[in-house]
Design a protein around this ligand. Sequence first.
Ligand code: NAD
Length: 436
Amino acid sequence: MKIAMVGSGYVGLVSGACFADFGHEVVCIDKDPGKIAKLKDGVMPIYEPGLAELVESNVKAGRLSFTTDLAEGMADAAAIFIAVGTPSRRGDGHADLTFVYQVAEEVGGNLKTPAVIVTKSTVPVGTGDEVERIVGEQGSGVDFAVVSNPEFLREGAAIGDFKRPDRIVIGADSDLGREVMREVYRPLFLNEAPILFTSRRSAELIKYAANAFLATKITFINEMADLCEKVGANVQDVSRGIGMDNRIGSKFLNAGPGYGGSCFPKDTLALLKTAEDYDSPTRIVEAVVKVNDHRKRAMGRKVIDALGGAENARGKRVALLGLTFKPNTDDMRDSPAIAIAQALVDAGVKVAAYDPEGMELAKPLMPDVEMMDDPYAAIEGADAIALVTEWDAFRALDLDRVKDIAASPVLVDLRNVYRADEMAAKGFTYTSIGRG
Ligand code: NAD
């Protein structure tokens, strides 16, 4: 089956490469000529473990190709996926659907053979109806269906998630839509991956409900961590203690500096806007968004406290270890590190940072932060070290060397990577999250 993937970012490129690996013929399309040129040269525009190899083998096998030309790329495709960005709209937080509707218009204008148009981008309830209207308006007269197929992959583990998903959600209101999607996911069907067929609107809402629920879980444990610090309890024990209950589950119960990334912040906001539009408030999600926003900057204050408070912080140096919102990605979108660095810079602190993959994208977002070549270069002369992202590279730092080269052995561990007793034994002043 021929598949066109419009948008070759984190989701489009991973999905396209995986579909090709399933045996489909896939054309990945993007309007960014630089991205397509890189891909044609075998250079990955993003960092995602295993992606370069997957792309290379499928290009070699003749199943995967790249173009900026939508009309050419979508010709004869049985399924045309829309995987473009849906960022927060400036000013009001609604999902900005400009890119999705642009693609719908172009696809509608170039439709020559029957096809299913699939929104893989995260889009608010009712977007499928609008895509259907826009495509129909172009008046090709060709049979088509619009389906919602939200994506649940996690950056950093995207290929595994795509090939072995917890579930695949397909929101289709027509036989054509269901039939083509069954064929698209046939290899996973054969592997008995759970496939949930729903209405298009339900599928659209499932994606937002899932992200809002996960953001709630993270925010809940973060507040428990704050309480643990006040009452002298250990949030890691509390997490384990509640996570062993199957009704709760152990995932997404690691306390930290607040959620970030390309999905949770914008999707929780967009859900609030949808709820507002339909006069059906989602007060729990409202609280989650507020608490999380507050938390990121509060983490900056935690580092300032470790420097002896605002009155002592001016002119001091802090090393930030990790900038991306989580390990194994270069994605800097809404990373807590941005707010933390800003809070430090605002307090007159000099900040040096190191991240294994994120520094290039981080530079323009934190112009006052000095980017260093390795963790030890960032730590050299630092009055405090803040571990912000739990990359493996920071799990086994040479603590004797760190102590030697830092101006003071002060570690603020925002990911609870180290143990308080081992740090005390090494002579560090150590603060972490929720381990009172
Ligand atoms: P991204 O910004 O990495 O990629 C989007 C791509 O679309 C860009 O390369 C852009 O150039 C391209 N594009 C925009 N308009 C286009 C057009 N008219 N024609 C062709 N290409 C166009 O975004 P992403 O992270 O891949 O996210 C895409 C969607 O998937 C979003 O709705 C997001 O919420 C959702 N999603 C993302 C993730 C994730 O982990 N990143 C996970 C699940 C769902």
